[in-house]
Design a protein around this ligand. Sequence first.
Ligand SMILES: *[C@@H]1O[C@H](CO)[C@@H](O)[C@H](O)[C@H]1NC(C)=O
Ligand SMILES: *[C@@H]1O[C@H](CO)[C@@H](O)[C@H](O)[C@H]1NC(C)=O
Length: 399
Amino acid sequence: MHSLTTLLVASLATLALTKPVPQITTKGFSVTGTVAKPLPAYPVRLARVYEKYGKPVPSNIAAAAAAATETGSVPAIPEESDVAYLSEVNIGGQTLTLDFDTGSADLWVFSSELASSYTEGHAIYNPNKSKTAKKLNGATWKIRYGDGSGASGDVYTDDVEVAGITVKGQAVELASKVSSQFLQDPDNDGLLGLAFSSINTVQPKPQTTWFDTAAAQGLFAKSLFTVDLKQGAPGTYDFGYIDSSKYTGKITYTDINESQGFWEFTGTGYGVGDGNFQEQDIDAIADTGTTLLLMDDSIVEDYYSQVDGAEVDQQQGGYVFPCSAQLPDMILGIGSGQATIPGGLMSLGAVSRGSSSCFGGLQSNQGVGLSIYGDIFLKAVLAVFDADNKRFGFAPKSS
Ligand SMILES: *[C@@H]1O[C@H](CO)[C@@H](O)[C@H](O)[C@H]1NC(C)=O
Ligand SMILES: *[C@@H]1O[C@H](CO)[C@@H](O)[C@H](O)[C@H]1NC(C)=O
């Protein structure tokens, strides 16, 4: 893992766009630790035993399970060019706007521990102004993401509300240092990690993510969340349920391998436009914190060979093409299904304001072996992150 981290940090940094802030983000990829797997509330566990053996759940147990659980939905608002999506979170009575990231497992925030010159324009978390904050003595954290950005500081616990669901005693990591990438983006006050808690960076004892803490407190009927991102428009994160109005047809699932802490699965291949589907194993992660779709060079070259005028622009750090070009669809095989990213979603827009050159949504993963199915992919589907059943699912969005 360490070498992969180093490679991604070294290589993906070159993907930064020379365009107005904020930059393309590639979050995720942090150090590993271990955390005990959380258990849902007792009535929920009991109800699952009945379900597992195909028996009807007795009404009193179903009612207790329902009373013990919550569901909620929070908007995900895109920044310029959809480089990141931001959602509101309430921490100890203070509202911050965070980037929800399925590629990392730390909840960290701009805080009163940063010099005020660094927090201009940001909402910050000040534990001194919260009645429910408690210092987690001796705990520190430090994270570095795939795009070379990073942050570090100390830790408090507090009540954290997302989508109307309040988790008590959640570890909140206060930044006392942040890298320049975060300073350039006043709309983003930190990250809320939704990968597996095994890669949380708090030392000496790793902490659980907001989602895992909520699941451990039995707050969800189903320990899953769904992501419905949209091009240039607000989408949603839903917790604890699947909203059937958000997709059509059926959800296709594939098993995930959480050993590296990611929502990682083996894709079954890809296709470009109307061309043949190329069967091959693709080691991929579903990552809301990454702007782009990052794949092996051979696939990226295959795709852009079908785009008139496409070329690698060293200055821009990746493939660009005339904004007037017709882009083919990108097909990704997942489980028994195929997700189609329409050509219209395969561009990130002009490389700078007013330019007629556009930056590609599909770029090279720089040979690291792992493909990152970021927002370019997620905008095309309703995505299901199912922790209960250790699987990732997708379905076509309802229009
Ligand atoms: C809280 O207030 C104390 C006393 O003024 C100060 O020393 C400390 O730095 C503050 N903590 C934070 C996190 O702002
Ligand atoms: C999961 O990934 C790890 C590390 O890449 C690998 O060693 C292991 O065999 C994988 N497990 C399964 C079930 O594929």
